[in-house]
Design a protein around this ligand. Structure first.
Ligand SMILES: C=CC1=C(C)c2cc3[nH]c(cc4nc(cc5[nH]c(cc1n2)c(C)c5CCC(=O)O)C(CCC(=O)O)=C4C)c(C)c3C=C
Ligand SMILES: [Fe+2]
Length: 411
């Protein structure tokens, strides 16, 4: 890809000491690792490397906030689309390293809008990750092969079937391209999506988007498990970022999976799930615990004492969520969950417009999400939730030095 324009770090622009920032040799090119000094190591402010065999934001320890956006491509011009993906890559590399886009928000020519919108000036990288995925409609829309990639659609990138109870809104579903922005600071995540949308003007338009707070999953089993809006620990049984064996078996697409360009990538399923908070809040504690098959305080499976005790599925009600979602009930199927809670005010009837923005990564949605969601048809939880938005996206492997988002697809 073309080299990124040199930019100043947000810290440096505001006069922070250069000593607190250790920048890799090629940092001027904007695509190499940036490591922060001790104060930031392991902390919420540091940078997550952008380059690598896999995209960041999948196995990466889950950040506190989400801004997800699905875009429609508004041009039929393949070259323009590829050019934009290159520009997006430069911008993503800069923003995840804590630098502004292009020549920055200030100090450029006064007669033109600045390259960067500016609201992240002075903020640390905040572990920002940007993860891109390509939806089925990018490969073929209304029977048209707009970008000459129809034959490269991976067999695993299937359209999700209709599931019982689905009430999907077209305005919150689908999309040609999706970007998942995760960060420990909501302003950093929002800034990232806003700047990508701005760069993409004339090539893409935002179709739908979702803000999320309060992660409802963890890829770091040693850390405290977060709670969802029903008050239960969520993410106890998830694939850990360090578990290369499970990641290789269930999350990363392989060379022999039928689509060479996806090797090292993963498939993202996103579902906007409305949660009927007021109904739940009138439900007895015993029933709530029966519905999940775990207790509310500790998160222990039925009949056990501790959160991480092995679940005995036969002790749970036949329609308990954990019993139905467990790999033993699904031929060994596992997915990496990375969801967030959301609240969007109230719905006009005095009810909280709230829920779970469910995100799962897997090697193949047919044997991952579709398999598990089909089992959940009889889930006792269904009385309290409704799926209202949906998307499935092929997330290519990570960008290598000199590469760009989607280079394996558009090569
Ligand atoms: C199709 C996949 C899943 C959907 C959709 C889903 C929705 C959903 N889940 C909760 C709350 C909890 N889920 C828990 C466990 C759990 N859920 C899924 C899958 C889906 N959940 C899996 C694979 C598992 C793990 C099962 C196991 O191996 O034990 C739990 C228990 C704690 C945990 O392990 O995370 C809770 C709580 C809600 C509220 C929800 C929709 C709004
Ligand atoms: Fe669940």
């Amino acid at each position: 890809m073309t080299e990124a324009r040199p930019g100043l770090s947000r810290r440096r622009m505001l006069g922070f000491s250069g000593a607190s920032l250790v920048v890799g040799a090629a940092a001027g090119a904007g695509l190499d690792r940036v490591a922060f000094a001790d104060e930031d190591k392991g902390g919420a402010g540091r940078a997550v490397p952008f380059l690598g065999p896999h995209q960041a934001g999948i196995a990466t320890p889950v950040q506190d906030r989400l801004h997800f956006a699905a875009f429609d491509v508004t041009t039929g011009d393949r070259e323009r689309l590829v050019r934009m993906l290159k520009e997006w890559t430069q911008a993503a590399a800069a923003m995840t390293a804590g630098r502004p886009v292009g020549d920055g928000a200030v100090g450029g020519v006064a007669v033109a809008p600045p390259d960067d919108t500016g609201e992240a000036l002075g903020l640390p990288p905040s572990r920002l990750t940007l993860t891109i995925g390509f939806g089925p409609s990018l490969f073929e829309k209304d029977g048209e092969d707009r970008f000459g990639i129809k034959a490269r659609r991976p067999p695993a990138l299937v359209d999700l079937p209709h599931f019982p109870g689905d009430a999907l809104e077209p305005a919150r579903s689908g999309g040609d391209i999706a970007v998942q922005a995760c960060a420990d600071d909501p302003q950093v995540a929002v800034h990232a999506i806003r700047n990508l949308a701005r760069i993409g003007f004339g090539v893409v338009a935002v179709r739908w988007s979702q803000l999320g707070f309060g992660k409802t999953s963890s890829t770091t089993p040693g850390a405290q498990t977060p709670r969802n809006l029903f008050g239960f620990k969520d993410g106890t049984e998830n694939i850990a970022e360090t578990d290369d064996e499970l990641l290789g078996r269930h999350v990363w697409a392989g060379k022999g999976d039928g689509s060479d360009w996806m090797a090292g990538g993963s498939y993202m399923v996103a579902r906007r799930i409305r949660m009927h908070i007021e109904t739940w809040d009138r439900t007895s504690l015993r029933e709530q615990e029966d519905i999940f098959g775990r207790d509310k305080g500790e998160g222990a499976p039925v009949g056990a004492r501790k959160e991480r005790d092995a679940p005995v599925l036969a002790k749970m009600k036949p329609d308990a969520h954990v019993r139905l979602a467990h790999p033993d009930s699904n031929g060994g199927a596992r997915i990496l969950r990375r969801g967030y809670s959301f609240t969007d005010g109230s719905d006009g009837l005095g009810r909280l417009e709230a829920g779970l923005f469910f995100i799962a990564f897997q090697r193949d949605p047919r044997t991952g999400f579709i398999r598990v969601q089909s089992s959940l048809a009889t889930d006792a939880l269904n009385e309290y939730i409704q799926h209202v938005g949906s998307g499935v996206f092929a997330c290519p492997p990570g960008v290598q030095k000199g590469g760009f988002w989607g280079d394996t697809l558009f090569a």
